[in-house]
Design a binder for this molecule. Structure first.
Ligand code: PAF
Length: 306
């Protein structure tokens, strides 16, 4: 496995792979790798000839310097894990290599639009601009490839998809399912900062998501009622402070007026668990009977059997 630290070497390595007719799978990460990242690497290896992983803790996407400082850095263990998975090349640049003017931000950044405004965008101003900027730079350096991102960061995935499409990158974005602990907690590099008590409490996020899934599948049509339900489930856990819980249209992250069968739905949640901010999400399916009632309003009695 080659470990490269300069943008020039990275570009050359992946250009050479394509020149020899091999496809490239890129897994962008900030390190502190866990089984969620491993699932992205395994998928990239299965679908591409050359598996390339970037490890860069991107300062541009952290609003709070203390949060950046605390972000776990485990490069040696990360490299060992990636070598064990047969990764071909790792890009692990320093900050000066990616942002030569740092601590001044680069002159050119990516401005992000509507997908980036609510939820994480509202709670973490500038975060998605930082994500979109570093991902655009990684795409520019890596060239034509498939790029693998976890669905755990659902809004990030939407922002990256939009950015890649708007800017015309020759990159196919592949969203991969969230990997969970047995109690439902989504794997995250931040989980290692939870105390034992906070770790136990953090599973309430998954309980809130699954309660909301059941409510929507049972016929709840009001987004506000779903949000209230998620808040009340999280409220039962004193160590957890809810930031937001919402049901949105999975395509544009807008809250629909009513939950019907006409759009894919996604439940989003974020909370502070002690000092750690966690996010999670899950799909929601409207009950077939109530969906059919929307689609065929003239056939209410027939469709529902009522
Ligand atoms: O999801 C992450 O780990 C980061 O936001 C990413 C996509 C690697 C950009 O820094």
């Amino acid at each position: 496995m080659e470990v490269l630290t300069t943008t020039a070497a990275w570009r050359d390595r992946l250009d050479a792979a394509r020149a020899s007719g091999r496809s490239v799978g890129l897994v962008p990460t900030m390190g502190a790798l866990h089984a969620g990242h491993e699932s992205l690497v395994v998928r990239a290896r299965a679908e591409c000839d050359v598996t390339a992983v970037s490890i860069f803790v991107n300062p541009l996407q952290f609003g709070d310097p203390a949060d950046l400082e605390r972000y776990p850095r485990t490069l040696d263990a990360d490299l060992e894990l990636l070598a064990g998975h047969g990764v071909d090349a790792v890009f692990a640049p320093g900050v000066a290599e990616m942002y030569p003017d740092w601590p001044e931000a680069p002159s050119t950044v990516v401005r992000v639009g509507a997908e980036a405004a609510p939820f994480e965008g509202a709670s973490r101003p500038g975060h998605f601009e930082g994500v979109a900027t570093v991902v655009a730079k990684l795409f520019a350096l890596s060239g034509r490839c498939r790029a693998y991102f976890g669905e755990k960061d659902f809004q990030q995935l939407a922002v990256v998809r939009r950015m890649a499409s708007d800017l015309g990158f020759a990159v196919e974005i592949v969203g991969c399912p969230t990997v969970r602990e047995p109690d439902g907690l989504a794997l995250s590099s931040r989980n290692v900062r939870l105390s034992a008590e906070e770790r136990r409490a953090a599973a309430v996020l998954w309980r809130a998501l699954t309660s909301a899934q059941v409510a929507v599948a049972s016929g709840e049509r009001r987004p506000s009622a779903v949000a209230t339900l998620m808040a009340s489930v999280v409220g039962s856990e004193p160590l957890v402070a809810l930031d937001y819980g919402a049901v949105v249209d999975a395509r544009d992250l807008r809250v629909p007026a009513v939950l019907d069968g006409h759009r894919p739905l996604r439940l989003l949640i974020a909370a502070e668990v002690g000092p750690v901010r966690l996010i999670d999400n899950a799909p929601a399916e409207v009950a077939l009977r109530s969906a059919r009632r929307d689609a065929l309003p003239g056939l209410v009695g027939v469709a529902t059997g009522a």
